[in-house]
Ligand binder design. Structure first.
Ligand SMILES: Nc1ncnc2c1ncn2[C@@H]1O[C@H](COP(=O)(O)OP(=O)(O)O)[C@@H](O)[C@H]1O
Ligand SMILES: [Mg+2]
Length: 556
């Protein structure tokens, strides 16, 4: 199919524009789109295919969606890895997926914007869509860039409502009639792996019509998934080998691709998410003001998840319309729901939400209710781990170096003796870390996590779920910053909950904290002098003798 004159060597020499011309010329004239796609696909499979891909890749990153346009000057450091990642994927995508994209780019009107072209390029490529989403939610990005990336995220249009309707009807068969399911004609939301549509159904138990949403696995996902996981793995490996060339912290780039892979792997596993939703519903059932959507079991399959429809908008948007006092309340609700509740749950293994970005937190300003959705990513911590973690939060809040050190060692996966050289190193690092904490504010859970991160960099190993929890807390901290309610203090809120919970549960002994812990805590607090101690005493004692009045705000 490839013209004989276009050999591998000559392809490499062609400029991007010339290649575009050559390609346009060699496409069969007057052929249908399918025939043209087929011709490109055959060329991609031919011996000159790889050279053709490389040149096409350059054409894409230099002209179609120039990296200079995509990545603003403030992020100039990001241009090389973005460029290389794009080239990497174009060099590897299967001919059947790449060929129609190349033809489409050739045929788009020349004045098509880079953004629109990029959206077309990543259409039905869940790995890249998810990557954009993960970067867009990075709290360290400037708002302007985050907004631009968020627009990409909202621009995913891989499926039509009809396609989704077909899948639902196929999956449910006779249940459609049995439950009188009526599917809404529009898509509510579309992301890389799934699309969400509203529906109503008749609940046989109550005989009434109820509202729900279906989360539906998009039809191309089963076919494309393995390939996307492969090139993401390749990218993680590539950036781990080449890290010294990019000037980023060693693990930053490979970790990003690993995170994307983990998200995708769990997002396609609908059965697992359904199980998690049931568990999460039970965990939050008794907590007022916090909701988890309820599974509509008879309408779930391995490709569709049916849930109660919840009211509310993205928590950051909701909070922006509230006065400061209520924003503080929202902040507290978030910390309680996402950290304190799982931390203090009575179960042996408690789950926590592994991806609580603002889009997964719906807030209803009218009722003050928070709904936590999207449970695809979750982790578990054992009672013992949570007990040490709760104590770590408290010890860091109290700035107690010995207590902090003990909890760190207990949480580590290795058996480090405090008298060993490594134990000494940990102890020195902890002491220095606590000394360097600003004195003007109470240390928070995020400080505790930062400490773990620092220790991890020195080779101390912590269990995976703990690392995930630390990421959750950084995400949460970012949201609290956006809401402007972070002054209520994560450390304070967690400390309060630990104390309160312990008091409530000490008879039953179901709390992960033991009497011994409480004595440790008291001793630690007694040694804690000065102004800071007063603050902390207030924080804890207020809760030990809870008044009916609302919680006082942590002193600053
Ligand atoms: N139970 C629900 N009630 C109302 N809207 C929902 C519900 N579940 C999901 N949605 C809407 O669909 C979007 C996507 O759902 P989500 O579970 O976060 O999946 P993903 O982010 O993986 O696409 C949400 O941001 C929300 O707008
Ligand atoms: Mg989501």
């Amino acid at each position: 199919m490839v013209p004989s004159s276009v050999t591998e060597a000559s392809l490499h020499q062609l400029g991007a524009e010339q290649l575009r011309g050559a390609l346009a010329n060699f496409l069969p004239k007057g052929a249908t789109a399918a025939e043209q796609t087929h011709a490109i696909e055959a060329a991609l499979r031919s011996p000159a295919g790889q050279a053709m891909r490389d040149t096409m890749a350059r054409w894409i990153v230099d002209e179609i969606v120039p990296v200079e346009r995509l990545v603003p000057p403030a992020y100039v450091k990001w241009r090389p890895p973005v460029r290389d990642a794009m080239m990497f994927v174009v060099a590897r995508l299967s001919p059947a997926r790449l060929a129609p994209k190349l033809l489409e780019q050739l045929e788009l009107p020349p004045n098509t914007s880079a953004e629109a072209r990029l959206l077309r390029l990543i259409a039905k490529v869940p790995g890249l869509q998810k990557l954009g989403q993960v970067i867009a939610r990075n709290q360290h990005l400037r708002p302007a860039l985050r907004d631009a990336l968020a627009r990409l995220e909202n621009g995913i249009r891989d499926v039509r409502p009809e396609d989704i309707g077909v899948i639902i009807r196929q999956e449910l068969g006779p249940r459609i009639e049995k439950y009188a399911v009526k599917i809404a004609p529009a898509i509510l939301s579309e992301a890389s792996v799934s699309a969400v549509v509203r529906f109503t159904w008749r609940d046989p138990e109550s005989g009434t019509r109820k509202r729900g949403v279906f989360k539906v696995l998009k039809p191309h996902i089963p076919e494309y998934f393995a390939e996307d996981m492969d090139y993401l793995q390749g990218l993680a490996q590539y950036f781990s080998d080449q890290q010294h060339n990019y000037g980023f912290p060693a693990k930053l780039l490979p970790d990003t691709f690993t995170k994307v892979r983990r998200l995708l792997r769990h997002e396609v596993n609908f059965i697992r998410e359904q199980k998690t939703l049931r568990e999460a519903w039970n965990l939050y059932q008794s907590m007022s003001g916090v909701h988890v959507p309820r599974l509509i079991q008879p309408l779930c399959t391995s490709k569709i998840t049916a849930l109660t429809e919840e009211r509310g908008v993205k928590v950051t948007n909701a909070a922006a319309r509230l006065p400061a006092v209520r924003r503080k309340k929202v902040a507290e609700q978030l910390i309680e729901a996402l950290v304190a509740v799982p931390l203090l749950a009575a179960q042996e293994d408690a789950i926590f939400h592994g991806d609580p970005h603002a889009g997964n937190l719906l807030y209803n300003n009218r009722t003050g209710e928070l709904t936590i959705i999207d449970w695809a990513l979750r982790e578990r911590l054992s009672r013992d781990q949570r007990r040490h973690l709760a104590l770590l939060f408290l010890m860091v809040t109290l700035r107690d170096p010995v207590g902090t050190c003990n909890e760190v060692l207990a949480l580590s996966q290795q058996h480090i003796r405090s008298s060993s050289p490594r134990g000494q190193m940990v102890s020195e690092l902890v002491t220095r870390f606590l000394d360097e904490l600003p004195v003007v504010r109470l240390p928070s859970g995020v400080d505790a996590m930062r400490l773990l991160e620092r220790l991890a960099m020195k080779g101390v190993k912590f269990p995976g779920p703990l690392i995930m929890l630390s990421k959750v807390m950084f995400t949460l901290d970012g949201i609290l910053g956006d809401i402007g309610g972070s002054d209520s203090g994560m450390g304070f809120t967690i400390a309060r909950h630990v104390a309160q919970h312990w008091i409530k549960n000490r008879k039953e002994f179901r709390s992960p904290l033991m009497t011994r812990d409480w004595i440790t805590l008291q001793c630690s607090a007694l040694l804690y002098t000065g102004r800071l101690w007063l603050q902390c005493e207030q924080a804890i004692l207020d809760r030990l003798l809870p008044a009916a009045s609302p919680a006082p705000v942590a002193p600053r």
